[in-house]
Design a protein around this ligand. Structure first.
Ligand code: C5P
Length: 277
């Protein structure tokens, strides 16, 4: 079976404090977007087989997708195996939740393929053991996420958010971003307010201080006539710009590539406001 694994953007990310477990207490509005990976899954008699279109991930037997398969089959005492092929479209280390969404997609697909009766909240509980933002992808719709990210409150957004998403070709380490934030906690600069949200990402200050490409790109976006506002997603390194229409996002995309280099990753996107499964 084929399973789409959407990426996410954070429309805001507020860090509320440090927790006794070392994680940070968050309140973040996350939304799945039309960019995503595609997984192909088949049940096999035994074992977990994994291949990937990205050679860098191919031999990683310990990636999130295979770990999700293992935890699902163990938890529900299933004696079947699974073959997974992952077509990677979402940049890695980009603050887009690509690996987390792949893991959630494996859990959702295995529930369907095996016929095991597990509720979304049971799957989300399994997902939380694998990573903080994986439960969000079980629900697959915009949500305010709290705790370390695993407490999910789905919301229906009033506006259609769309625009351009770009990635510099290097990643930002999430543990590094939180650690650097903890050394000098400061809020991200608040941006423009929309019906549902005032854009703000508290992981921008640490990421911007180490990687000048990020604030340069955000500032450039904010000077472009099509752009409503711009923000880094998650712990970076991707930056998105919201526009009024897909046409404007496309015009912006061409200008961005001409200005910043034609080999960079740049894709137009829209937020998915309905559950995708
Ligand atoms: O849960 P996940 O593996 O995605 O988190 C990666 C790292 O990001 C954690 O090990 C932690 O250092 C940091 N983190 C955090 N607070 C959160 C989420 C992640 O400090 N709410």
């Amino acid at each position: 079976m084929k399973q789409f694994a959407p990426a996410k953007i954070n429309l805001y990310l507020h860090i509320l404090g440090r927790r006794p477990d070392g994680f940070h207490e968050l309140e973040t509005l996350m939304a799945p977007i039309t960019l995503g990976d595609t997984l192909h899954l088949d049940l096999i008699s035994t074992g977990i087989e994994f291949t990937c279109s990205d050679p860098a991930l191919s031999d990683a037997q310990d990636n999130l997708a295979t770990r999700a398969a293992r935890i699902f089959l163990e938890e529900f005492k299933s004696d079947t195996g699974v073959r997974i092929h992952l077509e990677k479209a979402v940049p890695v280390g980009a603050g887009l939740g690509g690996g987390s969404s792949d893991a959630a997609a494996v859990l959702l697909a295995l529930r369907e393929l095996t016929g095991i009766k597990a509720s979304d909240s049971e799957l989300a509980e399994l997902a939380a053991r694998l990573g903080s933002d994986i439960p969000f992808f079980i629900y697959g719709q915009p949500a305010v996420c709290r705790g370390r990210g695993e407490i999910i409150e789905p919301v229906k957004l009033k506006e259609t958010y769309q625009g351009l998403l770009v990635h510099p070709g290097f990643g930002v380490s999430t543990p590094w971003a939180y650690k650097t934030y903890a050394q000098n906690p400061q809020q991200g600069a608040p941006g423009r307010s929309f019906a549902d949200v005032t854009l703000r990402n508290d992981l921008e200050p640490p990421a911007f201080s180490k990687y000048p490409w990020l604030p340069t790109t955000k500032s450039w976006f904010r000077e472009q006539a099509e752009v409503l506002d711009s923000l880094m997603s998650g712990s970076g390194s991707s930056v998105f710009a919201l526009t009024r229409s897909a046409n404007e996002a496309d015009t912006l995309r061409k200008r961005f590539l001409a200005e910043f280099g034609s080999t960079l990753f740049a894709t137009s996107f829209s937020v998915m406001n309905q559950a995708g499964h």
